[in-house]
Write a protein that binds this ligand. Sequence first.
Ligand SMILES: [Cu+2]
Length: 725
Amino acid sequence: MIFWFIIPMTTGAFGNYLIPLMIGARDMAFPRLNALSFWIFAASGIFLYLGLFLGFGPNAGWFDYVPLASRLYDPGRNIDFYSLGLLFNGISSTLTAAQFIVTMFKYRAPGMSFNRIPLFCFAFLAASFGLLFALPSLSVDLIYLFLDRNIGTWFFSPAHGGSTLLWQHLFWFFGHPEVYILIVPAFGIATEIIPALTQRKMIAFPLVAVAELLVVFIGFGVWAHHMFSTGIPQTTLVFFAGATAMVIIPSSIQVWAWSSTIFAGLPKFKTPLLFIVGFILFFVIGGLSGVMFVAIPFDQQVTDSYFVIAHFHYIIFGAAVFPIFGGMYYWFPKLTGRMYFERPGQISFWLIFIGTNLLFFPMHIVGLLGMPRRVYTYPGGMGWTAYNVVETIGGFITLAGILLCLGNLVASYRRGPRVGHDPWHGPTLEWTVPSPPPEYNFAVIPTVTSAYPNWEGVALDGDPLDGGHEQLQTSFVDARRAQLVRMPHSSPWPIVFALVLSGLFAVLVVQKYGVAAIFAVVLGLTLVAWHSEEAPTLEPALHGRTAAWWGMAMVIAAEATLFAMMIGSYFILRFKNLAWPPRGIPDPHLVVPLVMLGVLLLSLVPVRLAFSAARDGLPARARSLLLAALVVQAGYFAMEVRLFSDDLHRFTPQTHAYGSIYFTLLGASHAHVALGLLLDLWLLWKLSRGLTQYRLNGFHAISFYWLAVGAITTAVTLTTLSPAL
Ligand SMILES: [Cu+2]
């Protein structure tokens, strides 16, 4: 429901289709990467469901709590399919998030400065940042779980210095922001439908934009409210209860802005607006029951009961899915050139609205009566039966409404009345182009002077760009024309890459690590083949940084978060253990690792100088500087591998949770150095064939990558040395 329905439905479908149209772009920033996201998403879904059909469904619930999910209590392949499937899916979501951010930063139409970005896009920006910074936490958690189950590490085993709460901390550091990642795009859909169907500008436009970002930001500081009954300290409980209460502020701003815009405008209660009104009601009810959990004793009473399920579904179904239905009706004429049938549309709304309330409202009551969640049956005579019967009826009414909605859309696609390009007189750019939009979206890239371009005028005075494959990059804040670029043509490599990656995950699930290594090598070769064809750049960049640089910045942000989570878990484990390192394992040596760190940091200087030389048009000088850096970095890597294997003679990842986190942290950091060496080699090979703008962009990104490796290695080295400091 979360990973393979709502996220792909909002970010995948709505975002991919509408964001380029709304910001006046011809395509997403990295079309091939976008194809890769899609294929990885499809493959990961097939992977997870294959597990289900082979009898290995995720049988520890979606929280996947340890020790229930450990090898001891769950000996089948079930959890391996689940953990690897989520990791696999996470790659797709991370790439998509980075893609959305760079597209909205660099490909807005000229004149669409930051204060003129449609609120729909702001919402997707917020959700994308949420994904980028939340998913690494889940990924780290799933990697630990995989290692515990298959390699014999002890991350989650208290008897060996591990911690079961470590799973919960990392899971909820992802899990709470995830709720906002699901719901903020729905906010965005609402803030498009309301102005169009009331013919009034959104009240408090800037406040709503800030609130959309703020709700995700605050969402990162509240995760422990899912752990109020685990026995964490009182001070922690109070802090997280207070932080959670803050979510009320941005949420209320938005509810007030939506409802006052409807009251102040001239609302036409067509199907899309009905779904939005339903959404506001659900959001208020679900929000109020959510606020109740801030009262710690109340939370401890109702946690793991149906009351939580009621609250959660008022938010996740009522508030997140209702705008998806509204959006399907609202943009249907844009997608097809035809209008949907209004009467069955309204009936579908009432069926879904009534059905959903019958389905989820009684859960509040049975929850308070004590019915626990995650049960498929219960003994008679508990007083829960009547409520559950009502819920079942509500479920079928909801289903009827959904079927009517889908049936209506299919029938309208065939026989709906043809409408022009702008049936709603909507405010944003997508309503200025024909329905359905041509493949290149805009023949002439529009120039924008307001946040409501279709109402207040669009200038079409730009050059008609050639062939549908040219696109304009603009500057980050003011959206001034920066660079004309040519978008890539179709390529087989994304699908090949996704296939090889599927192979890699398939052999991991059956523990064939040697074969997995071969797949990893093939994966690297696929990337080299992918990048052998270079996109010609039509002119040098005028303002600011290129999309390639921003793309690398997003990857680095995700990687840095990954390491932050690993370093965080190091300290969670450290403070749980009285002796660290445990008896029998010596303290780490200080001198050699610190000297090595210094050597690695020094090697960043020639990398930077090499880039400057390349930018000044001196490829020979750039190559020799890069070669010098490569020699030093390779020496560093060889020495680190030696230190690593020396350590392995004294203790192993299987000795104690100390060994588990020590070797995982160092191994991950060394892997990043190894990747950097491969990038150096690739760059040297490219530079030996001359200098192009494309290679220069690549160089810029790789020198930035090394800077990040320097920072990450410093943090990891200081962490692993901390017991001796
Ligand atoms: Cu939460």
